[in-house]
Ligand binder design. Structure first.
Ligand SMILES: [Zn+2]
Length: 174
């Protein structure tokens, strides 16, 4: 952690229950809504540990972080009925590793392309925390979708484990 890192400061607010955008805690990171919701459902997945590059995470944590990011972006797609997901890890402004997850909808930019073709003053022109009913609705929608996606993933892993378990260990009712 660095004392000047905006994302570390945001994480401190989450831990103090004072971050209005906080949605969900996973093993390797925190899910928050972006402050601005011009692209409705714009979500961030913040790494718990302050690293500036993905490959600076220990290998096991990196793999888990990637898997959890995949779960969050899948939930985001379902929650906000995305036609397409955009997933980006940039960090040129705030170097602390975090994913930008954008649920995209056909026609949401004048020409098909990245969100960054939209003027920044438009993308960052609102603060959803000023609209508490909307913020609450978006957070609840995403949180429910994350729970459902985690449950589905758990069921998939259990089915896979049952398939790969040695036959002698299977309970066969026949
Ligand atoms: Zn940081």
């Amino acid at each position: 952690m660095t004392s000047t890192c905006t994302i570390c400061e945001r994480i401190k607010l989450i831990q103090a229950h004072q971050n209005p955008y906080f949605v969900y805690e996973l093993t390797t990171g925190y899910v928050v809504l972006a402050d601005s919701q011009y692209f409705e459902g714009y979500t961030l997945f913040l790494a718990k540990h302050h690293v500036t590059e993905l490959h600076h995470l220990p290998a096991h944590e990196k793999l888990r972080y990637l898997e959890e990011m995949s779960i969050v972006q899948e939930a985001c797609a379902q929650a906000f009925h995305a036609d397409k997901m955009n997933i980006e890890l940039l960090g040129n402004g705030d170097a602390h590793v975090h994913w930008h997850l954008f649920p995209r909808h056909n026609g949401d930019t004048p020409n098909p392309g990245p969100v960054w073709w939209t003027p920044l003053e438009t993308i960052y022109g609102d603060d959803v925390s000023l609209d508490i009913p909307r913020l609450s609705r978006l957070k609840r929608t995403l949180s429910v979708a994350i729970e459902a996606t985690l449950n589905a993933r758990e069921a998939e892993l259990q089915a896979l484990e049952a398939l790969t378990r040695p036959a002698s260990h299977r309970i066969d009712s026949n």
